[in-house]
Design a protein around this ligand. Structure first.
Ligand code: AMP
Ligand code: ZN
Length: 458
């Protein structure tokens, strides 16, 4: 089976065929960098990371271009910069860097490109000019607006009619608009806000335009896959399609639209405005990145995912089981292998991570029950390659179980284990038990197996 993705545009799962298999293009709406990302934001980037990994697997790492943008011009950024009395770049550079580090901590691959909105102002102006020239945009009270009535297919992506959209709360009402769904391409800057010169007056771009300009410059229109959270379908993505198709005279903007479901807490969407956020930056201080990643991918990306402590505990214990198998197979040399066909098939089926997890456990069991050394080597190689495809099992098993134990403690633990072994060899059971008790008091569990003694932090 080839990669199949649920395409929001056609409301069904479809086989993915790229425009050019030598240059497969993917874009995901990235963060607005005025503050720390929460774990719900990470879910959107994570869906992009999975698509990126599967495209690299099928087409080769050198043939996929993944752009995850940075929105670095926005009202919330202006407010944060004004509150601190600094230039907006101080805020955006700081939080863009933190965002990149946080996503890396969740084992996401770096995107090929991370375009910034403020580096694309000339392209935005050219796009607006093209829209005005073609009669798709008009100037009103210092604003340039896209005329949604000029694009027959407006509403096709979100599948709503214009009346539904107007009824929705996210359409901004303004007296200078010809139609309520018309949206801003360019607007005057307020005092103290960033400002750029343009043929339409000094001002700044509208949000929807930013993504289209970055895509046109870095990927080209049409392109293969556009991703983002479910909340962006309307109006953001609908507006991207309208301005992208009209400015570039193309029938198609993105061929596939992939939208992730919300991450919720107590059944409510996690969002900064509701204040129910858990920051990635804080979570990574307590949990290994792989545990957070496992918890994020434990449900299918399109379904809602409730973020709970129980989910985190389950993620930790699932990974402990897999690493336990690897630890017991520590002496087996694993040649670089290919991921299991069943795991790839699960991922090809619209990124079915729950099924892929079941396959990882089946592979671990196959490794434990393998009889010949050749079989063990092959199965360990396959388990590791399958884990790596999904961004798991990237740590040495001993390091995984050592957790954040520091070097001095590790030396002490190993000395106690040696002491216990010596005592056991001498049949001095009291001394052996005393050494084990001391380890237990340090929170260390000792495991005796056919390959010798190992330990883990509990
Ligand atoms: P923002 O920084 O709010 O523009 O959001 C960045 C990305 O995170 C967008 O793709 C949003 O759709 C996505 N997002 C925000 N909140 C959540 C959530 N609770 N669950 C899933 N995705 C979200
Ligand atoms: Zn966008």
């Amino acid at each position: 089976m080839s990669l199949h993705l649920y395409n929001t545009l056609h409301r069904k799962k479809q086989p993915f065929v790229p425009i050019d298999p030598k240059r497969v293009t993917l874009y995901v709406c990235g963060p607005t960098v005025y503050s720390y990302a929460h774990i719900g934001n990470a879910r959107a980037a994570m869906a992009g990371d999975l698509v990126f990994r599967m495209l690299r697997h099928h087409y080769g790492p050198d043939h996929v271009v993944y752009a995850r943008n940075i929105t670095d011009v926005d009202d919330k950024i202006n407010a944060a910069a004004q509150a601190e009395g600094v230039d907006i770049s101080v805020i955006t550079n700081k939080f863009a860097e933190i965002y990149q580090d946080d996503m890396r901590a969740l084992n996401m691959l770096d995107p090929t490109l991370e375009p910034r909105a403020t580096d694309h102002i000339p392209e935005m102006i050219t796009t607006i000019q093209a829209l005005v020239d073609k009669g798709h945009a008009y100037v009103a009270e210092g604003h340039v607006l896209f005329s949604t009535g000029s694009f027959e297919r407006y509403g096709a992506l979100s599948g709503r009619n214009l009346d539904d959209m107007i009824a929705g709360s996210r359409v901004e009402v303004a007296p200078y608009k010809k139609a309520p769904t018309d949206f801003v391409l360019w607007k005057p800057s307020k005092p103290g806000e960033p400002v750029w010169d343009s043929p339409f007056g000094a001002g700044r771009p509208g949000w929807h335009l930013e993504c289209t300009a970055m895509i046109a410059k870095n990927l080209g229109i049409p392109f293969d896959i556009h991703g983002g959270g479910h909340d962006l379908i309307f109006p953001h993505h609908e507006n991207e399609v309208a301005q992208g198709c009209c400015a570039h005279g193309e029938e198609t903007y993105a061929r596939f639209w992939v939208h992730n479901g919300f991450l919720t807490m107590d059944s409510e969407k996690m969002s900064k405005s509701l204040g129910n956020v858990t920051l990635v930056h804080d979570l990574i201080k307590t949990y290994p990145g792989e545990v957070l990643r496992w918890a994020l991918l434990a449900g299918h990306y399109r379904a809602p995912l409730d973020w709970t402590d129980a989910g985190l505990q389950q993620a930790k214990s699932a990974l402990d089981k897999l690493y336990g198998v690897l630890q017991r197979a520590d002496d087996i040399h694993a040649p670089p292998g290919a991921p299991s066909p069943a795991l790839v098939a699960a991922m090809d089926d619209d990124l079915n991570t729950p099924q892929a997890y079941a396959e990882l456990f089946a592979l671990a069991k196959a490794l434990e029950t393998a009889s010949s050394p050749e079989e063990k080597e092959e199965r360990k190689g396959q388990l590791l390659a399958s884990g790596h495809l999904l961004g798991f099992l990237q740590t040495d098993a001993a390091d995984w179980f050592a957790g954040n134990t520091d070097g001095d403690d590790i030396a002490k633990i190993e000395a106690l284990i040696a002491k216990r072994q010596q005592a056991r060899a001498e049949k001095n059971w009291a001394a052996a038990d005393a050494a084990r008790d001391e380890l237990t008091a340090m929170g260390i569990e000792v495991l005796d197996g056919p390959q010798g003694t190992t330990w883990r932090k509990v």
